[in-house]
Design a protein. Structure first.
Length: 343
């Protein structure tokens, strides 16, 4: 039990599970992902295939496509991130070609789209500003009929794409929205759009709603930022004797994990992966310990940067900055990550 203020909360963090074999780890992963078998109960709660096709074409029409003839029309379970049950339609039997559309089989909403007929290079894209790119992304986002301000842009990328078989390259914008919960954004519930603009025309490569199977618990904020920093720095002293240079602290939504726990148990270094020879002679590497709690909570992410000291031949990551996740409700350290890219 953890006391925060005058309320008593149950402890969040549980010690990680030790896996005795690679097969045991894979079995846990399969159980988390869920069965792909369609049951009679599933069939009873879905809309008709005809209605789903109508909804798919309605979405495509908004993007400028005329009604499409689908050659693949399947009800699938645990197939995409956006919904447990989805009608998946394609215009080509080759899954690397054609137009792909996913419709939530329970409510008829479009949750994913991809056009694999579009070239990624060999043309000259329009040079647009970041502000114009956001405006274009919002046009795509609004096609999903989500609530206003339900999601907020978290990441904007304009990666160049190079293809050796084609002359030239194209700039493609990838913009990701995270679901909003107060002051925190949930990366496990997101919308991502990928597009370019050619001669003023918006060209959409893909768009999807992602909802990973990580249960989000909207826990209340009881711990202040300053308290969280003190907790994180005290925890850090148990892991390393590095001298702290500076820190950054943000309120985020993060998944419970065993990273900090294992660093402390292993003298400041993350344990090596375990190796196991399989029946076919291949060698599989896997973590011996892993947190099996598939939950995410609001945390204060305290990112700690260190002053660079003498190199350690036994630990090349010695001076990498680390993030420590302090639960905003209980004040527990419930995980962390190697996040040296934070500035």
């Amino acid at each position: 039990m953890v006391i925060a203020g005058t309320i008593v909360y149950q402890k969040v963090f549980k010690e990680p599970k030790k896996y005795e074999s690679y097969e045991e780890l894979i079995q846990d992963i399969k159980e988390t992902q869920g069965s792909q078998e369609i049951t009679k109960e599933d069939e009873e709660k879905v809309i008709s295939k005809e209605e789903a096709i109508r909804q798919a074409n309605q979405f495509l029409n908004k993007l400028g496509y005329k009604n499409q003839e689908f050659v693949t029309k399947e009800l699938k379970k645990n197939y995409v991130l956006g919904a447990e049950l989805v009608y998946y339609f394609t215009t080509d039997k080759n899954l690397n070609k054609g137009i792909h559309v996913g419709i939530n089989a329970e409510n008829g909403n479009c949750i994913c789209f991809e056009d694999k007929t579009l070239p990624h290079s060999g043309f000259k894209p329009d040079q647009i500003s970041k502000e114009e790119a956001i405006k274009r992304a919002d046009e795509i986002y609004n096609l999903f009929d989500l609530k206003e301000n339900e999601y907020k842009i978290n990441e904007i990328l304009e990666p160049p794409c190079y293809f050796p078989d084609n002359e030239g390259n194209s700039a493609e914008w990838i913009i990701t929205y995270y679901k909003v919960y107060g002051d925190a954004l949930n990366q496990f519930e997101r919308v991502q759009v990928m597009f370019t603009v050619i001669k003023g025309k918006l060209t959409v490569y893909s768009a999807f709603i992602g909802n990973e199977k990580v249960e989000y618990i909207d826990n209340p904020v009881e711990i202040t930022k300053e308290e969280a920093e003190k907790i994180a720095l005290e925890q850090d002293k148990k892991i390393t004797d590095n001298e702290v240079d500076w820190i950054i602290t943000k309120q985020q939504i993060r998944q419970v994990n065993s990273w900090i726990y294992l660093l402390e148990k292993n003298g400041g270094k993350y344990p090596e992966l375990k190796e196991e020879k399989q029946a076919d002679g291949t060698i599989e590497q896997y973590p011996e310990y892993q947190t099996v709690q598939n939950i995410a909570r609001k945390v204060w992410t305290v990112n700690i940067h260190y002053k660079q000291g003498e190199p350690d031949q036994n630990d090349e990551k010695k001076y990498h900055s680390k993030s420590i996740f302090v639960d905003v409700t209980t004040g527990e350290v419930i995980g962390g990550a190697d996040e040296s890219y934070w500035e």
